[in-house]
Design a protein around this ligand. Sequence first.
Ligand code: C6P
Length: 422
Amino acid sequence: MLDVARIRADFPILNRQVHGRRLVYLDNGATTQKPVQVIEALTRFYSLHNANVHRGVHTLSDEATELYEDVRAKVAAFINAHSAAEIVFTRNTTESINLVASGWARRNLRPGDEIVVTAMEHHSNLVPWQLAAAATGARVRAIPFLADGTLDMDNARQVLGSGKARLLAVVHMSNVLGTINPVEELTRLAHDAGALVLVDGAQSVPHLPTDVRELDADFLAFSAHKMLGPTGVGVLWGRRGLLDAMDPYQGGGSMIATVEIEHSTWAETPQKFEAGTPNIADVVAFGAAIDYLLDLGMGNVRAHEVALTRYALEQLAALPETHIFGPAQPEQRGGIITFGYAGLHPHDIAQVLDQYGVAVRAGHHCTQPLHRALNLDVGATTRASLYIYNDRDDIDALVDALGRTGRFFGVTGAHSGSGVPR
Ligand code: C6P
């Protein structure tokens, strides 16, 4: 599937030590590390091609524009979009969702309309809709999830069939449960009900082969930094007709056709949504990240993660004090493994694991409603999240460090207190 040893050699940061130990990086859901190919693309751009885009007629500006626009085409191909014009560069997934909430929802929603989300949404796919609802009189409704971490599809059919749904905003892969939601089926239900669909692909696009024509949704949002690329670059894919009909998100240079003192007209999609100087160098380096993933093959990335997730679930389940959230089968989920351990507070766990060089995330992971639904003593969990450079040694290191953490806190094995369901 993947030659992890060869891959690891491309990631300089994986050579460093943390507290005198080998770095075991298991916080890929937050952000991934960057291969030397991406780092060099960034340096190369600033060393050789740096100029502003879409403005100059000089050589450097032409080169910068071509490099920048080439990545737009590369992103379009990566998700099988019909054209590069459907790709808008933003700062991150959060901004991509806010763009739709501002440019589409505020213009199209009316009092009584419903924006349907799920109880497992990241705050980024919830708060923008709350703001849009407050501005329009629409209402936000959530589809709950079941005890096994999958979405309650009976409820989904009911809510989407109510006749009030105008938009379904749904996470493709949960950043906490790892659940892969049946987005194609949800899209069919939403479209049958006359609602549009926005897919939050922040955790899915980096890990699963993505084909927007198969998904058949209307918008897809994701971030470069979770797929080997630099921070500060996000993508909004949208159907051309919808993007064309939307209001601009911000006003300024580069997004206009003509400007008078009192009014202006807009540039074509996608320039209409990219006001001001964009994050040129990071977009260009994002192109190197996409090349890297294409070279590996997204099918192989997925297969590697399914195999490693299976191993991780087995090894963690063998620790008697561990409770793992989300679907039991690796095929139903991504490489996101959130757990409670021995009644310890997740922050304590993460802090001790760090002493062993193991980087995991602890907290509510920007999903407070999800954590409330899990009915925990504390609104927090510990999360290990995998990517292409992780291997069984990393999982073994996590399990070993967890055992040591338990012994450090004098845990004997009984489930009690925080970190496990009540
Ligand atoms: N989740 C995590 O550790 P940004 O920050 O805009 O690049 O991505 C926001 C976002 C949206 N949706 C989902 C499903 C996400 O997981 C994230 C980011 C990180 O889980 C940081 S909170």
